[in-house]
Write a protein that binds this ligand. Structure first.
Ligand code: NAD
Ligand code: ZN
Length: 378
C-alpha cells in the first residue's frame, strides 16, 4: 500500500481539441522464445562500451536466491538491486533514491536491465530517464516533460499482462499524482520475452495480470479512439486470452504462457493506438487513494461494468468461474463519503479515458456524481 498521506488529486489540464494523429515510438528490438533470456549478455555486450562501462540490474526481489539470480549474466563491475515491489507500487522517491545511489557509486552506467513485472519494468524505464535528467522524477510526471534522452534500457518481463514492456509510460506514484513519465524515450530499447520466466507466477496473479490484457482490449475496442490498427492488435490479443482462459486447454500451462506473453504485448499495443476506458479510470482512483494493485483493482471493478461493457463483462465472469477466482464484494460499504470523493476526483481528472469510452459529450455523463456511483457499485 502506498502511504495514505499521498491523497492530493491528479491535476490534468488537457486541451482535447489539440490532439492530432499520434506518432508512436515502438520497442527497438524484441527477442522472443523459451530460453531466450540466456541471450541477455550477448545482447547487451555492444552497449557495454558506453558511458562508464557497467550495467545496472533491477531485479524483482522474488528472484533473490532463486535459480534465476544465478543466471543474471551480470559482470562483477555491474550493480544489482533486488527490489521488493510488494510494499507499494513504484514511487518517485524510490526512483530518485536509486538514481542518486547509482550516480554516487559509479557514475553514468551503460544501461539499465529490468527483470520483473510491471513494477520493475516501470522502475527500469523511469530510472533510465532519471539518470540523465536533473531533479526529482515528480517534475517529469506527464506527457513529454522529460528534457533529455535516457540511457539504454532493456526489459525482461517475468509476469505478463500489463503491457508495461511495450508502453511509452513509466507509471510512478508521487506525493501528488499517480502518473507516468510518458515520452518516446521511455520505451525500451530492447525487450526479451522468455515464457519460461513466468512459469512461477502464482495462479491468482497469473489470472489478474492476464485480465489486465483482456480489459485493455475490451476498453480499447469500445470507444471512439479505436481504429483498424488498434483493433487488429486487440482482436489477436483477445483471441489469445480466450484460448488461455476459456479454451479447451485453458490454464497455466507452458503452451498458454507462450501465448500470454504475446497477448500482453499486443494488448499494450492495442491501447497505445487507442485508449483505455471506464475500468482504468476508476482503477486509478482506487490505486491512488487505497493502494489497491493495478491488475487486481481492474478485476474488482470490471465485474460491475456490465452496462458499459456487456459482452466483455459476461465473458470475464465466465473466466472468473472457470478459474475459481473469488473477487471481493461490497467493498464500498466500508468507505465513507470523503474517501469516495477523493477516489472519484482522481478518476474524474482522466478526461482522455472518459472521452474515449463515453464519446464527445462525456463531460455531461461522467460527472462527479456518476463516478461516485460507479465506486459505490464496488
Ligand atoms: P508486479 O510487478 O507488481 O508484481 C506482482 C507480484 O508478482 C509481485 O509480488 C512480484 O514479486 C511477483 N512476481 C513477478 N514475477 C514473478 C514470477 N515469475 N514468479 C513469481 N512471482 C513473481 O506485477 P504487475 O501486475 O506486472 O505490475 C503492476 C505494476 O505495473 C503497477 O505498478 C502498475 O502501475 C504498473 N503498470 C504499468 C503499465 C505501463 O504501461 N507502464 C501498465 C499497467 C500497469
Ligand atoms: Zn491496465
Amino acid at each position: 500500500m502506498f502511504p495514505k498521506k499521498a491523497t492530493a488529486e491528479l491535476c490534468v489540464t488537457i486541451d482535447l481539441t489539440s490532439i492530432m494523429h499520434k506518432n508512436f515510438k515502438n520497442i527497438d528490438r524484441v527477442t522472443y522464445g523459451r530460453g531466450s533470456f540466456a541471450q541477455l549478455s550477448q545482447t547487451i555486450a555492444p552497449v557495454r562500451s558506453e558511458n562508464n562501462n557497467y550495467f545496472v540490474f533491477i531485479v524483482d526481489h522474488y528472484f533473490k536466491g532463486k535459480p534465476l539470480s544465478a543466471k543474471l549474466q551480470n559482470e562483477p563491475k555491474d550493480l544489482v538491486y533486488y527490489i521488493d515491489v510488494d510494499v507499494y507500487e513504484p514511487t518517485t522517491d524510490q526512483v530518485d533514491n536509486l538514481r542518486n545511489d547509482i550516480l554516487a557509486k559509479k557514475g553514468l552506467p551503460s544501461g539499465v536491465v529490468g527483470i520483473g513485472g510491471g513494477s520493475v519494468m516501470d522502475i527500469a524505464k523511469a530510472l533510465s530517464l532519471m539518470l540523465t535528467n536533473e531533479g526529482s522524477s515528480t517534475l517529469y510526471q506527464g506527457l513529454n516533460l522529460v528534457k533529455k534522452p535516457g540511457i539504454y534500457h532493456l526489459g525482461v518481463p517475468t509476469i505478463s499482462g500489463t503491457g508495461a514492456e511495450v508502453s511509452m509510460t513509466a507509471v510512478l506514484t508521487g506525493p501528488e499524482k499517480k502518473l507516468g513519465l510518458k515520452c518516446d524515450w521511455t520505451v525500451f530499447n530492447q525487450v526479451i520475452l522468455d515464457p519460461e520466466l513466468i512459469e512461477t507466477v502464482p495462479n491468482d496473479w497469473w489470472f489478474y495480470t492476464g485480465m489486465d490484457t483482456y480489459i485493455h482490449c475490451i476498453e480499447s475496442h469500445n470507444g471512439i479512439r479505436n481504429n483498424a490498427f488498434s483493433l487488429a492488435y486487440g482482436d489477436q490479443a483477445l483471441q489469445l486470452c480466450r484460448e488461455i482462459y476459456l479454451g479447451e486447454k485453458a490454464g497455466q500451462t507452458a503452451y498458454n504462457n507462450d501465448k500470454l506473453m504475446v497477448a500482453s504485448l499486443m494488448g499494450g499495443l492495442s491501447l497505445t493506438y487507442s485508449e483505455v476506458g471506464v475500468c482504468h479510470a476508476i482503477s486509478y482512483g482506487l490505486s491512488k487513494i487505497l493502494g489497491t494493485r493495478h491488475c487486481f483493482a481492474n478485476c474488482v471493478i470490471f465485474q460491475h461494468l456490465q452496462d458499459i461493457y456487456p459482452l466483455g463483462v459476461k465473458e470475464f465472469k465466465e473466466m472468473i468461474k472457470k478459474h475459481k477466482i473469488e473477487l471481493p464484494q461490497n467493498l464500498s460499504k466500508s468507505w465513507n463519503e470523503e474517501t469516495i470523493s477523493k477516489m472519484a476526483n482522481v478518476s474524474y481528472n482522466l478526461p482522455f479515458m472518459w472521452h474515449h469510452a463515453l464519446g464527445d459529450n462525456y463531460k455531461e455523463i461522467a460527472t462527479m456524481d456518476y463516478i461516485k456511483d460507479l465506486f459505490k457499485r464496488l
